[in-house]
Design a protein around this ligand. Structure first.
Ligand SMILES: Cc1cc2nc3c(=O)[nH]c(=O)nc-3n(C[C@H](O)[C@H](O)[C@H](O)COP(=O)(O)OP(=O)(O)OC[C@H]3O[C@@H](n4cnc5c(N)ncnc54)[C@H](O)[C@@H]3O)c2cc1C
Length: 377
C-alpha cells in the first residue's frame, strides 16, 4: 500500500500492483503503518530509552553466562531457559554501534537485520564477560520501548488495528494479543456495517472500547521499564515489586491483569458480567456455552423457566442464536460475536426483558427473524 484517498463513500487504495477501490480500509500494517501515516492519524507517546535483543545463538563458552535475569548498571541479560536463548536490555538510548536516527524513528525498531557481532557486543556489554557467539540460530530481533498509540483508531472509512494502532516494548508478551483483541472487536462491527444491519454508532464503539485497553497495555509495559533501569533506585524498586509479586495477592493481581480476565469494557448495564468476556458456562446438557458460538453471531442464553428471553429474541433469530438451559443464574446472557457480554440478568421479570430488548436493538440492530443478514458464518 503506497497511497490512499477516502472519497466519503469508499477508499481508493494505491498499491504497487495498481489501485483498488474498497468500501473500507483497515490498516493492519504494523508499527510503521503506512495507512496510519497516509490517513494523517497522529501517533503520540513516549520515546525509547532502551534497546533490546532477543536471539537463539550458538555460544562457545556458555558457562560464562548465568541462567535467568542478571542485572547490572549497564543493563540486563537473560540466558535460557533453553540453551542458546539470549535476551539483552541496554539503557541510555541507542548503542553507539547502531544507527541512532533509525532507532529513534517513530513507529518502532529499525529494519536492519541483527548481526552476530551486534548481539555479541551487546551481550558482552551487559554481562561484563568476553562470551563468544559463533552463530545465530534463526532470525534475531531488536526492539525498543518506544510506546505510542494512534490518536484515533478510525478516520472516516480508514481504521487501524494491531501494531498499526499501538506499539510498546514486548515485556509481558501483550502486543499480538492486543492486536487479536482489536480484530475480534472490529471484525463483526465492520461486518455488520457492510451487511447493512449495524445500529447507529456501532463502528465508533470500536475506538471507544479498544483505545482505553491499548492505553492500559502501554502503561503496563512502561511500568516494567521503571523497574528495569540500572540505577540504584530502580534496583531497590525491583526488589519491592519482586517481593509483592511473590505473595499470593501480588501474583493473582499480575496474572489477572496480563490474562485479561479482569478486563471490563464500559458498557451500559448493571450486571457484573456486562462488558466482560463471557465465562465458559457449563450447561445442563453437558455442553459449554462456547460450543454454541462457532457461528460467529450473537448468542442468547435463556435459563428462564418459561422461555421469556428466547421468545423475545426470536425476532432477531437471523442474527442471534438462542440456547436454552435449565433454570439457573444468570437467568439470561446476551453475548456479542466477539465474546463480550452485552446484557445479563439474574431475574426474569418485565424490567429484565425490557433491558434485553434494548440491548438487542442497541447491538444487533433492527429485528431480523431471517438469516439473510446474519453477521457471518
Ligand atoms: C522480541 C519480541 C517479542 C514479542 N513477544 C510477544 C509475545 O510474547 N506475545 C505477544 O502477544 N506479542 C509479542 N510481541 C509483539 C508481536 O510480535 C506484535 O505485536 C505483532 O506481531 C503485531 O502484529 P501486527 O499484525 O499488528 O503487525 P506486524 O506483525 O508488524 O504485521 C504487519 C504486516 O503488514 C505488512 N505491511 C507493512 N507495511 C505495508 C504496506 N505499506 N503495504 C502492505 N503491507 C504492509 C508487513 O509486511 C507485515 O506483514 C513481541 C514482539 C517482539 C519484537
Amino acid at each position: 500500500v503506497t497511497a490512499l484517498e477516502d472519497t466519503g463513500d469508499g477508499v481508493l487504495v494505491g498499491t504497487t500492483a495498481g489501485t483498488v477501490r474498497t468500501g473500507w480500509l483497515v490498516g493492519c500494517d504494523g508499527g510503521r503503518s503506512t495507512v496510519r501515516r497516509l490517513a494523517g492519524i497522529d501517533f503520540p507517546g513516549t520515546d525509547p530509552e532502551l534497546t533490546g535483543h532477543l536471539a537463539v545463538a550458538d555460544i562457545a563458552d556458555p558457562e560464562k553466562l548465568a541462567n535467568g535475569w542478571v542485572w547490572s548498571t549497564r543493563g540486563a541479560y537473560r540466558y535460557g531457559p533453553q540453551p542458546g536463548r539470549v535476551v539483552t536490555v541496554e539503557f541510555g538510548g541507542a548503542p553507539a554501534d547502531l544507527p541512532h536516527a533509525r532507532l529513534r524513528s517513530r513507529g518502532g525498531t529499525p529494519m536492519a537485520p541483527v548481526t552476530l557481532e551486534e548481539l555479541q557486543t551487546s551481550l558482552r556489554r551487559v554481562s561484563g564477560t568476553d562470551v563468544t557467539l559463533t552463530a545465530l540460530r534463526g532470525a534475531a530481533t531488536r526492539w525498543t520501548d518506544n510506546a505510542r498509540q494512534a490518536a484515533t483508531y478510525r478516520s472516516g472509512r480508514v481504521l487501524l488495528a494491531g501494531d498499526a494502532a499501538h506499539v510498546h516494548s514486548p515485556f509481558g508478551g501483550q502486543g499480538l494479543n492486543l492486536g487479536v483483541g482489536d480484530a475480534m472487536n472490529l471484525g463483526w462491527k465492520l461486518g455488520a456495517v457492510v451487511a447493512g444491519w449495524a445500529p447507529e454508532g456501532l463502528l465508533d464503539t470500536y475506538d471507544a472500547e479498544r483505545r482505553p485497553l491499548g492505553a492500559w497495555v502501554l502503561d503496563w509495559t512502561r511500568a516494567q521499564i521503571g523497574v528495569m533501569r540500572g540505577d540504584a533506585k530502580s534496583a531497590a524498586l525491583r526488589e519491592v515489586v519482586a517481593d509483592l509479586l511473590s505473595t499470593r495477592d501480588g501474583t493473582t493481581y499480575a496474572v489477572k491483569k496480563i490474562s485479561g480476565v479482569t478486563q471490563r469494557i464500559d458498557l451500559p448495564g448493571e450486571h457484573p458480567l456486562v462488558g466482560r468476556y463471557v465465562p465458559d458456562l457449563w450447561l445442563t446438557d453437558g455442553s459449554r456455552l462456547s460450543d454454541h458460538g462457532h457461528g460467529g453471531g450473537f448468542l442468547l442464553l435463556d435459563r428462564t423457566p418459561d422461555g421469556t428471553f428466547a421468545r423475545l429474541a426470536a425476532a432477531w433469530a437471523g442474527r442471534v442464536r438462542i440456547v436454552t438451559d435449565d433454570h439457573a443464574t444468570p437467568t439470561g446472557v446476551l453475548v456479542r460475536p466477539d465474546g463480550v457480554v452485552a446484557w445479563a440478568s439474574d431475574i426474569s421479570d418485565v424490567a429484565a426483558a425490557t433491558g434485553l430488548e434494548a440491548a438487542l436493538h442497541g447491538w444487533a440492530g433492527a429485528p431480523s427473524p431471517s438469516p439473510e443478514h446474519a453477521p457471518m458464518g
